[in-house]
Design a protein around this ligand. Structure first.
Ligand code: ZN
Length: 50
């Protein structure tokens, strides 16, 4: 799984939990890593990638 913002691979933890989050809109699901989560607000990320 790659971050939609920086393109870095998001490391997976067990139980398929990502170190990051998803932006979700309907059926669209965009992964965002924890670094970008801290760099930008969720609003900014949603505007950019959803
Ligand atoms: Zn990122």
């Amino acid at each position: 799984m790659k971050c939609a913002s920086c393109g870095e691979k998001i490391p997976e933890l067990f139980l398929e939990k990502l170190q990051g989050t998803y932006l979700v809109k309907g059926k669209k699901k965009v992964p965002i890593c924890s670094v970008c989560q801290q760099k930008y607000t969720m609003e900014e990320l949603q505007k950019k990638y959803l």
